[in-house]
Design a protein around this ligand. Structure first.
Ligand code: ADP
Length: 476
């Protein structure tokens, strides 16, 4: 049989119950008996002391008769459910509350030894063979003039004490059974809170292991079990998403390669078979060249992304002057800006600003952002590049007044191959890889990039950079 957690818990529960009964039956029962014996002995000892000082002392000094002492002790004995004996040191029973004394032929206890109690004041047993059943016998001496005249001995049947002990134990057993029944609640909670959710989690992991990443695991609790289930669910959905992304990625790459290749093939065949006359060749060869450019750009982007994704990517970090780098990058777009009559407005912190990072890669980030800003800006508009310093960080923002990004697309624009529907008209050559490269570069620097955009109003991309530790490097 499989040793499930539930079975183990059930076994532990049964062992707990059995141990409970064993402990009560042995340990508690002997403790209770011992306690009752001592309590009875104490009560009887008090009575015996009282008798030795009163009736017994008076009897020995002949202030009362044997008959009257017998009457008194008989009543007291009945009340205590015990036999009260007055015994001489030699063992002669002077008075027995249980039966009238035969003065002429008194009972003599054979081998009577008052030291039998050793250092206690009571013994249990058959009292020198005088009783058939087990009795508890309590001793007190009767003394007068510093001499022991005799003993008051009270005998109580042990069966009475056993009876009380049994009835007390009965209560303990009932309490124990109630406790065990109550602890069934724990078993119930264990089943509800751990066992069932755990079974669901196991089923889910088996499904995930067999490749069904879309299996929905539902554990509706807010404790650690719920958290574990939610984490597993999240993990599975992420794996499923990454699998889907992988498929989409391959589909996109194939599509993006196939369309320029189809058009190149088409034009070249048409030129070869004469469909395109030689005088038109230059025009179509230029188109073919543009398409090969697109393919080169696509391949380069894919290679860059692949390199960035490789774990342990080596960044060639150094301290470099950001303001100069921004100005140089902006200058490369001069031609395009002039064509669209776009003005680049630079608001830079400080004359020089040293930051730490891989200059080539950060320049690519800025290049991608500016390229997009220009592509998606309207003619006659302004693009602002601003740097702000805060807590040893430099915030670089590229803001345009272009077409903007729809709210639903904001989360997706950093994904590979993603292009908004709005942008398709404006940018036919885009690969949808620029921003994912940008994000990878910034993240590999341990920095962040964010976008704020309103459709039809414009977009602002902000990324952070680490300021150089030593700012007094001077202009090199
Ligand atoms: P691409 O190389 O096609 O520009 P990107 O990854 O750089 O790819 O951008 C992805 C998409 O995000 C773009 O196709 C466009 O839809 C949107 N986008 C990026 N920057 C801007 C911007 N400044 N204004 C409006 N849309 C933008």
């Amino acid at each position: 049989m499989k040793k499930t957690l539930y079975l183990k818990f059930l076994l532990a529960y049964i062992i707990f119950g059995c141990f409970g009964f064993i402990v009560v039956a042995t340990f508690s029962s002997s403790l209770t008996l011992e306690h009752l014996k001592r309590e009875n002995a104490e009560t009887l000892y008090r009575e015996a002391s009282m008798i030795s000082k009163t009736y017994a002392a008076e009897l020995y000094s002949s202030r009362i008769t044997l008959e009257s002492a017998y009457t008194q002790l008989n009543a007291l004995g009945t009340y205590l459910s015990a036999d009260i004996w007055i015994v001489n040191p030699s063992g002669t029973v002077v008075l027995n509350s249980g039966e009238a004394t035969n003065v002429d032929n008194p009972k003599i206890i054979a081998n009577f030894d008052p030291a039998v109690t050793s250092d206690s004041y009571y013994v249990t047993g058959n009292f020198f063979g005088e009783f058939e059943e087990e009795v508890l016998s309590v001793f007190t001496p009767i003394s007068s003039n510093y001499k022991i005249k005799g003993y008051v001995i009270i005998h109580k049947p042990m069966s009475d004490i056993y009876k009380s002990s049994d009835s007390l134990l009965g209560v303990t057993y009932i309490t124990l059974v109630l406790l065990i029944l109550l602890s069934l609640i724990i078993l119930f909670f264990f089943t509800e809170m751990f066992y069932f959710p755990l079974k669901k989690i196991i089923t889910a992991t088996e499904q995930y292991a067999s490749g069904n990443m879309h299996y929905e695991l539902s554990v509706e609790s807010t404790d650690e079990m719920g958290y574990l289930a939610a984490s597993l669910n999240y993990m599975a959905s992420e794996i499923a998403r990454s699998e889907d992304n992988q498929k989409k990625f391959v589909a996109n790459v194939s599509h993006d390669f196939r369309s320029p290749l189809t058009s190149i093939k088409g034009y070249l065949e048409a030129m070869l078979d004469g469909t395109i006359p030689p005088e038109m060749h230059e025009k179509y060869l230029t188109i073919v060249l543009n398409e090969t450019d697109r393919l080169t750009k696509l391949t380069n982007s894919l290679l860059t992304l692949n390199n960035l994704n490789t774990k342990g990517m080596v960044l060639e970090r150094s301290d470099f002057e950001l303001n100069r780098m921004i100005k140089e990058t902006v200058e490369t777009f001069e031609g395009t800006c002039n064509k669209k009559q776009i003005l680049m407005d630079l608001i830079l912190t400080g004359d020089v600003m040293y930051v730490n990072g891989d200059i080539t890669k950060i320049q690519q980030v800025l290049y991608n952002l500016l390229d997009n800003a220009i592509k998606f800006s309207h003619n006659n508009s302004v693009i602002t590049i601003e740097t702000r310093e805060k807590n040893n960080k430099l915030f670089v923002s590229v803001k345009d007044n272009g077409i903007g990004i729809p709210k639903d697309s904001l989360k997706l624009i950093f994904d590979r191959f993603y292009k908004t529907d709005l942008s398709r008209g404006k940018d036919k050559k885009g690969t949808g890889l620029g921003l994912s490269i940008t994000k990878e570069i910034i993240h590999s620097h341990g920095e962040n990039i964010n976008v704020i955009s309103t459709e039809g109003v414009g977009s602002e991309f902000i990324f952070t950079l680490q300021k150089a530790e030593n700012m007094d490097l001077g202009d090199d």
